[in-house]
Design a protein around this ligand. Structure first.
Ligand SMILES: *[C@@H]1O[C@H](CO)[C@@H](O)[C@H](O)[C@H]1NC(C)=O
Ligand SMILES: *[C@@H]1O[C@H](CO)[C@@H](O)[C@H](O)[C@H]1NC(C)=O
Length: 240
């Protein structure tokens, strides 16, 4: 009910080349719950995409190349489509009163990745190699995002907020499903053994391979967030 009420207050419109008008309820800067609610509502909009503001959708996301350059394992994912980001929610949000840092927890129930892969090295203890089609369906993830904010004056003299950089701590909370076709160039026994190992030891496997995948995902989404923030002067958020 409360969410719907906030939602109905958000109006993104494009009038005669002017930028959008965004209205959200005023939040006191100390009222992190109020800010978190607004962030979730705005995030939903941004992830859907706001074509009027040049903000592309974040679900699906597409990556030509994702490269995992780990010491014992090298992998490349090509032409990867990632879906499921729209079901992620933000919790435990903390923004510093001086607007220099932002911390939140991103809760994603399930992300699905598919494309082509090339892999060689060791999956913890098992040698692994191959290339072909792949699909990974993650389990539940909690991703802690620590970011620096920046307030800059625009050419119109108004202040705009942006996210400068971020650090992630990815915590897999339930089992993913891995499906790599043509591992070991189709030798089924070896391929089955690696899949079995990965499914049985998913926390360690996820820990090993996840970061090179999550950084580009969050980077893409933050780029879209920054495109949005560029169109909304800080004053319009009515933080006080
Ligand atoms: C991956 O590592 C190799 C050397 O092991 C290096 O030449 C290459 O530039 C690295 N790629 C990335 C994207 O870090
Ligand atoms: C990725 O897609 C492009 C465009 O469809 C294609 O040219 C390229 O070969 C694909 N890459 C792989 C590794 O399949």
């Amino acid at each position: 009910m409360f969410r719907e009420w906030i939602f109905s207050l958000i109006v993104a419109s494009c009038t005669k080349g002017a930028l959008s008008i965004i209205k959200i309820p005023p939040c006191k800067i100390e009222d992190q719950a109020c800010i978190q609610n607004s962030v979730n509502v705005i995030a939903t909009k941004i992830i859907q995409g706001i074509p009027e503001l040049g903000v592309e959708t974040s679900d699906p996301l597409f990556f030509e190349t994702i490269e995992g350059n780990l010491s014992i394992l090298k992998y490349k994912f090509f032409n990867t489509t990632i879906t499921g980001y729209k079901d992620c929610t933000v919790s435990n949000l903390k923004v510093s009163p001086d607007l220099t840092s932002l911390y939140y927890e991103l809760n994603c129930p399930r992300l699905k990745l598919n494309g082509k892969y090339d892999i060689t090295g060791r999956l913890i203890i098992l040698p692994v190699e191959g290339n072909g089609d792949y699909e990974v369906i993650t389990g539940k993830y909690s991703i802690l995002v620590d970011s620096e904010l920046k307030v800059q004056r625009g050419s119109d003299g108004k202040s705009y907020l942006s996210i400068k950089n971020f650090k992630l701590k990815c915590n897999p909370l339930s089992a993913p499903h891995f499906d790599f076709k043509n591992l070991f160039h189709g030798q089924k026994d070896f391929s089955d053994a690696v899949h079995k190992f990965a499914h049985e030891n998913w926390p360690e496997v996820a820990d090993l391979v996840q970061d090179p995948v999550f950084y580009p995902i969050v980077n893409s989404v933050i780029k879209n967030v920054n495109k949005f923030l560029k169109t909304v002067p800080l004053d319009d958020f009515k933080l006080n």
